[in-house]
Design a binder for this molecule. Structure first.
Ligand code: FES
Length: 90
């Protein structure tokens, strides 16, 4: 019978770990996951430590998703979205 804990991990945390999540800066998905597990809780912290998201920014959503999965109770990543919504009045 398979280990129940292994089955509960989301696929985002178990597949393509050695592929680049950030192709602009050659940052593997495993490197991003390790950085988050070591305490990075915001997109900025992950980016500063790995260089992910510092190119065109096309991997931002993937990094944010991994942060949500690994720190589900931390909503600090929403603050920049709040600021962005302030600019929608025009
Ligand atoms: S893939 Fe990460 S910034 Fe482009």
């Amino acid at each position: 019978m398979p280990n129940k804990e292994t089955n509960e991990l989301p696929r985002e945390l178990t597949k393509n770990l050695n592929k680049n999540l950030c192709v602009c800066y050659d940052v593997s998905k495993q490197d991003v996951i390790d950085t988050i597990k070591q305490g990075a809780k915001t997109l900025e912290e992950v980016s500063n430590k790995t260089y992910a998201c510092q190119g065109s920014g096309c991997c931002v959503r993937q990094v944010e998703r991994l942060i949500e999965l690994l720190h589900p109770s931390d909503k600090s990543g929403d603050s920049h979205l709040d600021n962005a919504s302030d600019n929608t009045s025009i």
